[in-house]
Design a binder for this molecule. Sequence first.
Ligand SMILES: NC(=O)CC[C@H](N)C(=O)O
Length: 239
Amino acid sequence: MSNSYLRVVWVYPDLLSTYGDRGNLLAIAHRARARGIEVEPIGVRSDQPLPYQADLYLIGGGEDGPQAVAAQRLVQDGTLRQAADRGVPVLGICAGYQLLGESFVASGERCQGLGILDLRSDRGESRAVGEVAGESHPNLGIGPITGFENHGGRTHLGSAVQPLAKVTHGIGNDGQHEGAWAGHVVGSYMHGPALARNPLLADLLISWATGGRQLQPLDDTWPNRLREERLSALASDQG
Ligand SMILES: NC(=O)CC[C@H](N)C(=O)O
């Protein structure tokens, strides 16, 4: 890792990339380059080994079948677990979030996860589909979160992780909390894509990936308009 050059791995786009999750890679690249940080995006298909030398790993969502295959290959590959243990930042969305945990249920079977985050997922009684919003954990400094969710899983957090947010709209993990984080690893049910709708979360990952570099603020007029529009639509729904 150099402070002004980021190798960003987009994990298994052939299996895990739903609802515009690749936008997370674009948001990271855009926001890093705007700070003079060069970005090398590296898409790694599921039949290739994950590179060990990387500064950030991004994982998207997926349907149950591809999710189970992706988890099996990532467990066998071993690199992601080692990278997370070394403090390399990881963002997992939806299926990519569930597989960072100890285990999850896909197509009726309990599957082994990577055990990077202390959590387990099972199935809910109904599918969670629609907007999700919440008050993020105060230590993260990323403001209210906003996203779109579409999942059948429910996630139960252990004591070694913190929730990413307290849910104000939608379901997230269980109707109370959304997502989880520990160290430099973040998991969330937010599609949208998450980092376009939550630019301060993108900046947090860039800052972690560059060894704590201070990032100058960007002109976020357009992302903020999107956020305001999405969050106020929810407020008027509830009113
Ligand atoms: N959108 C997703 O990634 C879905 C994840 C998982 N297959 C579930 O339904 O819970």
